[in-house]
Design a protein around this ligand. Structure first.
Ligand code: AHR
Length: 514
């Protein structure tokens, strides 16, 4: 990541001016270690992503054959480089709702069959299928994670897919070899289904159907390859997930839950977005209670938040398939409007990841949804790419945090929109394996007030601390084509006065304490 010294100077100056003007000293806070609590290694898989055959995420997104910026396989090189830069650990594919009527066999080999996708009401040419996806993942350097069709698909189609990817024998393993891939793809992460609990999903299932279907699918998929790690579509709700766990828990490594926290076009105001920052915690706690009740607590089955984003996707005319509803493709393209992805998205995302870190004994995977275009961290266009504010959160977390999470207690004021309130700060402490280096990641959600954070209990002794700060000229600031670097991480030093550092309004700071 390139940092520009001029921008750094300007940003530091602006941060100080804002603090002075808005009376930072009124807002005091402190952070202290939790006595006796041990640091825990967290799973880097929480920094994962998701890609779906939806609008221009795949075609005209990461896959753009013949484009000057694409490689010999048709993959956009700038996208691959951007994902390598954020050490993207895993990408879930091909859906999402898309997968619930997707038949993978139409997307392999020399004779690709275009399919009408009933979830998104588009024709898919099927030129980006399993082999292309795995090849793309290997170029990015991430793990592939395939979500299977448990809507119109069946147990056998799922296990044939495992066989195709991971075996050199059997009808489907041999088929892969014949298609030009002599080495197994070795796909380890597999999910049975996507959101099959919901009326919006093609081939939705009842509670009674779901557990047995997952169990039988799991038996067959593991029959193809015993190494695989299995997930199944679940909910942070006991009514669905408890029967699933009773029927199929012994076959599962993770339950898959999803979280989108505001809906509509993307113009939900900053403060309303900040009021949602505690909701992922509630979802995780509900899921943990169900796992415990089913006898799979304590990490015996982990949680994969394998689709999450502040904003749910906007697709007017779709969803509940009501009679007379019109699919409004043009309105759907508003998912790509640059100005919708602001500091609110970045700070919500940092709070979300902090929540996963606080539950790192149970939350072992999370997938930002999606990775490219629509509401993703990277926007791809004809001339290049745009890194949205959320992209930089992933960069900061994968580059600046240490490998272990250490519990801390944060005392701070609250932020309110008049109806609800949340703590104004969200902080996590990370520690290196040898305990020598510590990095505090802290979000100041206040739109306009700096917060003075007392870090003396963490034993930070120097007069200034090295930090990297993501902020912006206003809480609504965003990156755009032609203004790509308006919101970027800035390296700075924070003065420590009386044990306190000042956190800029609407900012994420990663502070090196040692
Ligand atoms: O709107 C996109 C969809 O959101 C994904 O396909 C689905 O899994 C989630 O409900």
């Amino acid at each position: 990541m390139k940092t520009n010294t001029k921008t750094i100077a300007l940003t530091v100056a602006c941060v100080c001016a804002c603090a002075a003007a808005r009376g930072a000293d009124d807002a005091k806070a402190s952070v202290a270690p939790v006595a006796g609590a041990k640091a825990l290694k967290y799973s880097p898989m929480i920094f994962g992503h998701f890609i779906e055959h939806f609008d221009t995420q795949v075609y005209g997104g990461l896959f753009w054959p013949g484009h000057a910026l694409s490689d010999e396989d048709g993959f956009r090189k700038d996208v691959i480089e951007a994902l390598r830069e954020i050490k993207c650990p895993i990408v879930r594919w091909p859906g999402g709702c898309y997968v619930s009527d997707y038949h993978w066999k139409c997307g392999v080999g020399p004779n690709r069959q275009p399919m009408w996708n009933k979830a998104w009401a588009v024709e898919d040419p099927n030129t980006f299928g399993t082999d292309e996806y795995v090849k793309w993942c290997r170029k990015v350097g991430c793990e592939p994670y395939i979500c299977t069709n448990a809507g119109t698909g069946n147990e056998e189609e799922m296990s044939d897919w495992v066989e195709y990817c991971n075996l050199n024998s059997g009808k489907w393993g041999r088929q892969r070899i014949a298609n030009g891939y002599p080495k197994p793809h070795d796909v380890i992460y597999w999910s049975v289904g996507n959101e099959n609990w919901g009326g919006h999903e093609i081939g939705a299932k009842t509670v009674e159907q779901w557990g047995p279907l997952v169990r039988e699918s799991a038996k067959m998929m593991r029959g193809a390859d015993r190494r695989i790690k299995l997930l199944a579509a679940a909910l942070p709700a006991e009514g669905w997930t408890l029967p699933l766990l009773k029927a199929a828990g012994r076959f599962l490594n993770y339950v898959s839950v999803h979280g989108y926290y505001v809906w509509g076009k993307g113009d939900t105001p900053y403060l309303a977005c900040m009021m949602r920052t505690e909701r992922p915690e509630a979802d995780i706690m509900r899921t943990i209670r169900t796992l415990e009740k089913a006898g799979f607590g304590g990490g015996r089955i982990a949680i994969a938040f394998d689709e999450w984003n502040l904003r749910g996707w906007y697709h007017p005319g779709l969803g509940n398939f009501k009679r007379g509803a019109v699919m409004d493709y043009a309105a759907r393209r508003q998912n790509d409007v640059a100005s919708y992805y602001t500091m609110a998205d970045a700070l919500f995302s940092a709070c979300f990841l902090n929540t996963c870190l606080r539950h790192c004994d149970i939350v072992k995977m999370a997938n930002f949804s999606p990775v490219v275009n629509t509401r993703g961290a990277v926007f791809v266009h004809d001339k290049g790419i745009l890194k949205r504010t959320t992209y930089h959160v992933f960069w900061m977390y994968t580059h600046l945090l240490e490998a272990n999470f250490a519990p801390v207690k944060v005392d701070c004021g609250t932020l309110s929109d008049g109806k609800a309130s949340v703590p104004v700060l969200d902080a996590v402490l990370t520690v290196s394996d040898d305990g020598v280096r510590r990095v505090l990641a802290v979000v100041n959600k206040s739109p306009d007030k700096a917060v003075s954070l007392d870090v003396s209990a963490l034993g930070a002794k120097s007069a200034s601390l090295a930090a990297t700060v993501l902020s912006g000229a206003s809480p609504d600031d965003y990156n755009d084509i032609g203004a790509e670097n308006r919101v970027v991480p800035v390296k700075t030093t924070l003065a420590v006065k009386g044990g306190k550092v000042e956190l800029a309004p609407h900012s994420l700071s990663c502070i090196a304490l040692d």
